[in-house]
Design a protein around this ligand. Structure first.
Ligand SMILES: Cc1cc2nc3c(=O)[nH]c(=O)nc-3n(C[C@H](O)[C@H](O)[C@H](O)COP(=O)(O)O)c2cc1C
Length: 348
């Protein structure tokens, strides 16, 4: 077994101890949620498996703060009707001393009635903003340790940061485009309390701007910087950088901020994750598809057990049913066979 000293070290965020540096990043499985947006048993089993599997920080998939006619199969946070399911989900995702956040988001213009950020009326803009705060409060009531504002991957908050030309203080200059995000951090802290963790997932193809966004998040009182640009790659990455470009972006942010930084991007093995922390690229390592293939990724790497490796076939990506993942299917089949055998042995 290799030495995984950095990966196994706890980290304190907002009075909370996160027991190790392994993060399950937000990963929506659009095949799991019905149009009602309510949490169901499959969500509870899925996130319970990550918690029992040893990850220190579990970020629940992108959940919608506003209800639009097109829900795109996301979990909803928009009414108190969602609370009983969220409470069960919080219990499952915090089993085994895991810390758990909910990623809160609006998909943005593709599901909104407006065609551009400027077209959103002042009243609607305020309502969408308020929905983030109400959703965060529901997450707190449900028993989660915090939220992650999804300001990356072209979602609503990212659209405002990247494109807004609104004339009401929320568009145009860089500071004004960031105002919605920084106000949300401040307001969620004011409403949910300072011990309630606020992480932000963000990314920009302009690396200079990326660092400035990180600084603004820090100034506004955010607690964790989760750097990701989704499927896009960054320009300006040195040819000899040995990891995914998202990790290069994370390393720049880490060099320029005092907040803990989550790095993500094709981390498959414990040795890779340890190296990334050891080299000061990030403070925590998010392992996405590695967890889809091995919900117990953390305990496997700590015990030296063999990992199932993601084949990068992308059947899990975006609006495609995650159940098609060939590695997860093979694992389920093997588990089924083992359970049958256990039953037989038990019967003897
Ligand atoms: C099935 C799937 C769903 C995802 N859903 C989200 C999401 O809801 N929010 C988000 O910020 N990123 C999402 N992502 C991106 C992941 O959080 C992660 O950044 C990405 O998979 C890269 O990490 P990896 O190479 O370890 O898989 C998703 C990725 C996958 C594979």
């Amino acid at each position: 077994m290799s030495d995984l000293t950095h990966l196994s070290a706890p980290i304190r965020v907002c009075q909370k101890e996160i027991k190790n540096r392994i993060v399950v990043p937000a990963m929506a499985d659009f095949g799991m949620t019905g149009p009602d947006g309510l949490v169901n048993q499959r969500h509870i089993e899925r996130y319970g498996a990550y918690a029992r599997g040893g990850a220190g920080l579990i970020i629940i998939e992108a959940c919608a703060v506003t209800k639009f006619p097109e829900t795109r199969g996301t979990i909803g946070l928009y009414s108190d009707e969602c609370l009983p399911g969220l409470e069960k989900l919080a219990r499952a995702a915090t089993e085994n001393n895991a810390v758990s956040l909910v990623q809160i988001m609006d998909t943005g213009l593709s599901v909104m009635p407006e065609n551009s950020i400027e077209e959103i009326s002042r009243e609607k803009f305020r309502q969408y903003r308020g929905d983030f705060v109400s959703a965060a409060l529901r997450c707190k009531k449900a028993g989660f340790d915090g939220v992650e504002l999804h300001a990356a991957h072209g979602m609503y908050l990212d659209q405002v940061i990247e494109t807004s030309r609104r004339g009401d203080g929320y568009g145009g200059s860089f500071t004004d485009r960031l105002r919605l995000l920084t106000e949300l951090i401040e307001e969620i802290k004011a409403v949910c309390g300072h011990e309630f963790i606020v992480s932000v997932r963000f990314g920009s193809s302009d690396l200079g701007e990326l660092v400035k966004i990180a600084k603004a998040i820090e100034m506004a009182g955010g607690d964790i910087l989760d750097v990701s640009t989704g499927m896009f790659s960054y320009g300006g990455i040195p040819a000899d950088f040995p990891y995914d470009g998202k990790l290069y972006a994370a390393s720049l942010v880490k060099r320029n901020s005092r907040l803990p930084v989550i790095g993500v991007g094709k981390i498959q093995t414990g040795i890779q994750a340890e190296e990334i922390l050891d080299q000061g690229i990030a403070d925590m390592a998010a392992v996405g598809r590695g967890h889809l293939c091995n919900p117990d990724w953390a305990s496997r790497i700590f015990s030296g057990e063999k990992l199932e490796l993601c084949r990068e076939c992308r059947t899990c990506m975006w609006y495609i049913d995650g159940r098609k993942c060939p590695v997860a299917r093979a694992r389920k089949q093997a588990e089924g066979k083992k359970q049958d055998q256990d039953l037989l042995i038990g019967g003897c």
